[in-house]
Design a protein around this ligand. Structure first.
Ligand code: F6R
Length: 618
């Protein structure tokens, strides 16, 4: 959470450092939008501006009161943790003499003790944030010198918690210094200019050459140089990589919102995730494998750890992996896994699913799992992210950058990748022959076209959603792989439209939730293929049960499934799809429904209230 950008390069044309910082913030705003701020190092000292609310507020302020040009700039977009989202608490935070500015992502856990110490020494605080202590500590540490890197090293040794910090000082013009611990920071390498960002989106339109920073490292960038040092000050090498995301993938491309665009990106996200996965002999391969295949053969339990939508992808994966590999699969919310006493051994494979690769709850879960001797396999979307780096094996989803806060295309790509994982393991462990796996891959290969068919008919869903914009509660039911789809449908509606929405396993209904049904209650029901007759019949009975009690039934069913017609007020059709792969089609109308209903209510679907894209605090 919180987006961070830093830039050093030529001051011309106009105020390039400030322009680059503002452009980076626009691309990072999905990480938090409680406030935004910038600081520029100018020949006359430091100039800064900050405003509560979205980036547009800061932009207005800069138009009314432009900042002078300079050689370096930092920018911040905030997701508030300590202190309300006000102008005063917005970053950057300045030293008392106004010559040093700091921006921060994360939480300084010992900030109260540090603040007390600084107050005792006579420092007057301007804000309620934990970040401000860093500004004062750095200023005191510099004490007349120009060694901002040395000051950063000394100060970070005193900090507890998770942080990415960037600092600039009027006495060190043309330099931005950054530090990271348990929070992301990447370096963008340009020609006569260099960049820092919370993720590559911050600088993707300027350079694709990047440097990954390790834990507890400090970096200083100038226009011509990038220096990374370890916590003890000794020189370190970052890992260079080339960003393979298309810069255009992070712009709306003619769609009204990022969410609309990303819903439309889904056929490509699934196709790209499937691309190039087999070797010359037709065997599936993972992207990075630092585990012996013999260890993977001996795995006797899989635990999927993830949060939110990624955890629902894990629920879907459980059905497929258990069926194909005959290994028990548990799915656990990463934050719950970490703080109970899970039964984990050397024979446990922990699968971490994460779009950002930076979700702190998931990072802590994999660290805990590895301490217990388990191997960790990551399914992540973001190259070079912490989860990818800290895992024993990686399978990348190729969804491209996901900017809208609510996850859509990453969810489909995660499901696709976990199917690949299930098939890989089934082949490796001898549960499936290579030609059987090829059959499944062929079915998966048909999915992008099926998803496109649903998108081509999306107006039906949008019309129904618009007409329902005043509802106050919607329920979602599903069985088997339709159950996590119901949970995801409810989550999308809650987070985008701010209305009560709940997903249930359809069989659970009669054990309590059916009491919620009253005249007119909208209920979505995700129906499995009629080619699984027993499963299908049970769900059709569930539709009747809620209908009999007055519910308005909105049914998602396969083409040609006429058994639902009699009991459905509305039917949304999806193409004929094998049972296990149905989530890749059935969830799409639910995403469109939530997006359209929220839009009809006048809400911002890209930046729902109180949320941030990457949850980098526990
Ligand atoms: C919901 C949503 C979140 C994320 C969750 C995990 O639309 O986006 O529930 O799925 O915060 O994030 P990642 O996948 O980045 O670990």
């Amino acid at each position: 959470m919180c987006g961070i950008v830093g830039y050093v390069g030529p001051a011309a044309p106009s105020n390039r450092p400030l322009d680059v910082a503002m452009e980076g913030l626009a691309r990072l705003e999905y990480r938090g939008y409680d406030s935004a701020g910038v600081a520029v190092v100018t020949p006359d000292g430091l100039a800064s501006a900050k405003r509560a609310g979205k980036l547009g507020n800061l932009r207005e302020q800069l138009e009314a009161h432009p900042l002078p040009a300079g050689s370096a700039a930092i920018g911040h977009t905030r997701w508030a943790t300590h202190g309300a989202p006000t102008d005063v608490n917005a970053h950057p935070h300045l030293s008392e003499d106004g010559r040093l500015a700091v921006i921060h992502n994360g939480i300084i856990e010992n900030f109260s003790a540090l603040r007390a110490e600084l107050r005792e020494a006579g420092v007057a605080f301007a804000s309620e944030t934990d970040t401000e202590v860093v500004a004062h500590l750095l200023a005191r540490q510099m004490d007349g010198s120009t060694d901002l890197t040395g000051a950063m090293l000394a100060v970070t040794r005193r900090l507890q918690g998770a942080f990415t910090l960037l600092a600039v000082h009027a006495d060190a013009p043309g330099t931005v210094v950054g530090a990271r611990r348990n929070s992301p920071l990447v370096v963008g390498l340009g020609e006569g200019e260099n960049f820092l960002g919370s993720d590559v989106a911050a600088f993707i339109s300027h350079t694709r050459e990047a440097l990954e920073m390790g834990q507890d490292q400090v970096v200083s960038i100038t226009a011509d140089d990038v220096r990374v040092v370890d916590a003890d000050g000794s020189p370190a090498e970052g890992r260079r990589f080339t960003v393979d995301w298309d810069a255009n993938a992070a712009v709306k491309g003619g769609f009204p919102t990022f969410m609309d665009k990303e819903i439309h990106d889904q056929p490509k996200a699934v196709a790209d995730t499937l691309l190039g996965r087999t070797d010359a002999a037709g065997h599936l391969v993972l992207d990075e494998l630092r585990i012996d295949e013999a260890v993977l053969r001996s795995v006797d339990k899989i635990i999927v750890v993830a949060c939110g939508t990624a955890a629902y992808a894990g629920h879907v994966a459980k059905y497929a992996i258990e069926h194909w590999c005959r290994i028990p699969v548990e799915v656990e919310l990463a934050h719950e896994f970490r703080y109970r006493d899970p039964v984990v051994s050397e024979k446990t494979l922990v699968v971490a699913i994460s779009q950002s690769g930076e979700t702190m709850d998931t990072i802590m879960a994999i660290r805990h799992a590895r301490e217990q001797g388990a191997k960790v396999l990551a399914v992540v979307n973001t190259h070079g992210s912490t989860i990818a780096r800290e895992s024993d094996a990686v399978l990348y989803t190729h969804a491209g950058p996901e900017v809208a806060v609510a996850s859509t295309k990453a969810f489909l790509a995660q499901i696709t990748a976990t199917y690949l994982l299930g098939l890989y393991l089934s082949e490796l462990r001898g549960n499936k022959y290579v030609d059987e796996v090829a059959g499944y891959l062929e079915e998966l290969g048909k999915l992008p076209a099926k998803i496109q068919e649903i998108l081509d008919r999306q107006q039906e869903v949008r019309d129904v959603a618009r007409a329902m914009k005043d509802v106050s509660s919607v329920l979602f039911l599903g069985r088997h792989v339709g159950y996590p789809v119901a949970l995801e449908g409810a989550l999308k509606l809650k987070e985008l439209a701010y209305i009560h929405a709940e997903g249930f396993a359809a069989g659970e209904l009669k054990h309590g939730p059916i009491a919620l049904i009253e005249e007119g209650q909208p209920v979505f029901i995700v129906v499995p293929t009629p080619r699984r007759p027993t499963l299908h019949a049970k769900v059709v009975s569930n539709i009747q049960e809620v209908r009999a009690r007055g519910a308005r039934t909105l049914v998602i069913a396969e083409e040609g499934d006429d058994a639902v017609n009699e009991f459905a007020d509305v039917v949304f059709r999806v193409p004929r799809t094998p049972t296990l792969m149905m989530p890749l089609v059935t969830v799409v109308p639910l995403q469109i429904f939530a997006c359209e209903l929220a839009t009809a209510k006048g809400l911002d679907v890209d930046q729902p209230r109180n949320l941030a894209k990457s949850v980098t605090v526990e």
